[in-house]
Design a protein around this ligand. Structure first.
Ligand code: UT7
Length: 322
């Protein structure tokens, strides 16, 4: 089997919705500012008793159902998340337990907003090398837990959700290439500066929140995503315009539009969910994919380009034949 191919997609959004007008009551912001600068109109927020694994479970079950696979078929579980339920076990192990999957390799990937793209690249390599035949790949986040709800420059941007795919070994083209990158020297522009081995006491007392120099991140995101698009096309001998669908990370409509322009793609070939979902980090690409698969915009045989950029910085792309 030469390829790994998506055989099912699924996603889940928590019931609670926070609109821009709701945020106007919390911080000094306006619906107009948020829509103009980001394209976001609302975001979903997990209930107090809902965890990342809860969201992941819904999305995973839907993807497995769409693929027609059962727990016994899955031989690799990867969860991309920055907001795991526990320090350990990994959310992938917790999800494995929920789904009654036993014995196969299961682990989390932490590459912030690029997490799902990383997870797809890794799962593809497992399948191509014959180490796995049927992978469950999930991006799931409860970003609302690490948002400083008094910081208007970040709290309007993020949301919660989960998306999942089943990737299976196939002779027919699926993933054609993946391109994964990171440069840790940009740590100070986007981070949560507290963790287990640094500032854990502070975390317990004061919480740990996203800090971002938005404007600088914005410029880096636009330039870097432009480059990753070129890298992906070149590696596959493709021209701009050959791609059927762009499935971008949903951080900001202006970043998405800049990448689409670079690809010479009309807006109606770009899957855009940022208005309804906000930035759900590792969940954003699989949420967008599942949305466009289920509303039948994306058809079998079409060429999809997924790309993402996030904290680290990390960035990457996956080109695949759906
Ligand atoms: O997913 C990982 C990658 N993340 C991203 O890609 C996010 C990248 N960054 C962005 O999307 C944008 O930089 C933001 C949406 C975060 C900010 O947009 P911006 O156009 O870069 O605005 P800015 O940060 O330059 O701020 C412009 C003004 C400032 O006021 P002054 O200094 O010009 O008076 C801010 O204080 O907008 C102000 N501002 C707000 N005003 C109303 C910042 N946040 C808000 C707000 N409501 N929520």
């Amino acid at each position: 089997m030469k390829y790994s191919r998506i055989t099912g997609t699924g996603s889940y959004l928590p019931e609670k919705v926070l609109t821009n007008h709701d945020l106007e009551k919390i911080v000094d912001t306006s619906d107009r500012w948020i829509v103009e600068r980001t394209g976001i109109r609302k975001r979903h927020v997990a209930a107090d008793d809902q965890t990342t694994c809860d969201l992941a479970e819904y999305a995973a079950r839907r993807a497995m159902q769409a693929a027609g696979v059962s727990a016994g078929d899955i031989d690799l579980v990867i969860v991309a998340t920055t907001t795991p339920d526990q320090v350990f076990p990994s959310t992938a192990c917790l999800l494995q337990q929920r789904l009654d999957i036993h014995g196969c390799c299961a682990f989390d990937i932490q590459a912030v907003c690029t997490g799902f793209v990383y997870a797809m690249g890794i799962a593809d390599k497992f399948i191509r090398t014959g180490s796995a035949r049927c992978a469950l790949v999930v991006g799931a986040e409860t970003l609302s837990r690490i948002v400083d709800w008094s910081d208007r420059s970040t709290c309007v941007l993020f949301g919660d959700g989960a998306g999942a795919v089943v990737l299976q070994a196939s002779d027919e083209p699926g993933i054609l290439s993946s391109h994964l990158h990171a440069d840790g020297s940009y740590e100070s522009l986007l981070r949560v500066p507290v963790g287990v081995s640094q500032g854990y006491d502070r975390l317990k007392e004061e919480g740990a929140y996203i800090e971002m120099k938005g404007n600088e991140v914005f410029k880096m995101a636009v330039n870097t995503l432009g480059r990753i698009v070129d890298e992906t096309l070149e590696a596959n001998g493709l021209e701009k315009g050959d791609v059927d669908w762009l499935i971008p990370h949903q951080a900001n409509i202006r970043i998405i539009n800049a990448t689409a322009k670079k690809l010479k793609m009309p807006t109606d070939r770009v899957v855009i969910t940022v208005a309804e979902h906000g930035n759900t980090s590792a969940a954003s690409v699989p949420l967008a994919l599942d949305t466009a698969v289920r509303d039948r915009r994306i058809r079998r045989g079409e060429l999809l380009l997924m790309e993402a950029f996030g904290g680290g910085f990390t960035w990457g792309s996956v080109l695949l034949r759906y």
